[in-house]
Design a protein around this ligand. Structure first.
Ligand code: PLP
Length: 376
């Protein structure tokens, strides 16, 4: 039976299969590895997996702390996780306090202005959920500078108290690269800040942080990518279970002679007599156009009957052309499924084929796919 033989999938050209059992297993494995409470980063629609199914599955498994980027994402998470603490990493934008309180959410405060605005609001409203305090330990993106944070400790702690801060956190800039000396600098800077706020629980590890030698776990971790099956140790075997697979179908096949130009602007030319297959997916489905396979730069790959087949020519809005000359004949047939993500095509391989990273592949997963949740 074809995976497309379901009422939803039969009307679509692509099928995204999401293994929530693997998601939960990855969350458990990361918590066990850290030896402390693992939260879950579910920003950007849970990295494309779907925020409601991801938060529901993780809550059932015992996850109590979620991190999102936007307030709107937190509202969606709250709708399926009434009890959880839900932190909004992008912090408090001017005038948002009442909306945070209405949904019982926790801003991640990253500047004195945010601390002051939230503290002033709390005085009047008595919002009960703790906020987090974000300290910048070297990324220069979000958070208080270490000096600023230290001046708020000890005698300056009134503002931190008034803002109801219940978590101290910082974020790594390069934890996937064991050899980057920035990691040790960030670990040391954060240790100094955590020591100045001894009463506050702290959070440091993102996915790769769990695998970084010498990285302290503190009281709460914040994995994202690895939960969804991304490899937190690039260049080494992936310790996580795969969560995402993506399949499409062959629409048409054709044989072309050597010298034939293929696709928009003829950016790929057949070097031999070739069998081509056109499949039901393109950049409008979230597969980057940068995965085009041209005469000079190779692009993405699909598995046809288990055989890797290169993309040839430009990725179009709704279509991709594959060179299936090497694929088994019974798989390179009209209507047959092909795999874009899954098996040998892990997220890192797919990202590399599109000149990007697995994170961007995941978070670009389009709205046109049929979705099938398994493992629940
Ligand atoms: C996105 C994000 C994470 C999760 O990072 P991964 O590399 O996906 O594990 C953790 N903390 C912060 C502040 C983030 O923005």
């Amino acid at each position: 039976m074809s995976p497309f033989d379901t009422p939803e999938a039969e009307t679509r050209g692509t099928l995204l299969t999401l293994d929530l059992g693997a998601l939960v297993a990855n969350w458990r494995a990361l918590g066990a590895r850290a030896g402390t409470e693992a939260g879950a980063v579910v920003k950007a629609d849970a990295y494309g997996i779907g925020i409601e199914p991801a938060v529901t599955a993780l809550s059932r498994a015992g996850c109590r702390s979620f991190f999102v980027a936007h307030l709107s994402e937190a509202v969606r998470a709250r709708a399926v996780a009434a009890e959880a603490t839900i932190y909004v990493l992008n912090g408090l934008l001017p005038g948002q306090s009442a909306a945070f309180a209405r949904h019982d959410l926790s801003p991640v405060l990253g500047s004195v202005a945010e601390l002051q605005e939230w503290a002033a609001f709390r005085q009047g409203s008595g919002a009960v959920r703790p906020a987090a305090l974000h300290v910048d330990s070297g990324m220069n993106r979000l958070g208080l500078a270490p000096d600023e944070a230290l001046s708020l400790a000890g005698d300056g702690s009134e503002l931190v108290d008034a803002a109801g801060v219940g978590l101290l956190m910082t974020h790594f800039a390069a934890s996937e690269d064991e050899g980057d000396p920035a990691n040790a600098r960030q670990i040391a800077a954060f240790a100094g800040i955590a020591a100045a706020f001894p009463e506050l629980p702290a959070s440091l590890m993102n996915s790769s942080g769990h695998f970084l030698k010498g990285c302290p776990a503190y009281q709460l971790t914040r994995p994202g990518y690895a939960l969804y099956g991304g490899n937190p140790t690039p260049g080494q075997p992936n310790p996580m279970q795969a969560v995402v697979s993506l399949q499409s179908r062959i629409i048409q096949l054709r044989d072309v002679e050597a010298g034939t130009q293929v696709g928009y602007n003829g950016r790929w030319t057949a070097k031999r007599r070739s069998r081509l297959a056109t499949i039901c997916l393109g950049y409008a489905d979230g597969y980057p156009r940068n995965a085009s396979g041209t005469d000079t730069v190779p692009g993405g790959t699909a598995l046809v009957g288990g055989v890797p087949c290169p993309f040839v020519g430009s990725v179009s809005m709704d279509l991709i052309i594959l060179d299936v000359t090497e694929a088994p004949e019974n798989a390179a047939r009209r209507g047959e499924p092909v795999t874009l993500i899954g098996g040998a095509l892990d997220l890192e391989t797919v990202g590399a084929g599109a000149k990007t990273i697995g994170y961007e592949i995941l978070t670009s997963l389009g709205r046109r796919h049929a979705r099938r949740y398994v493992g629940v």
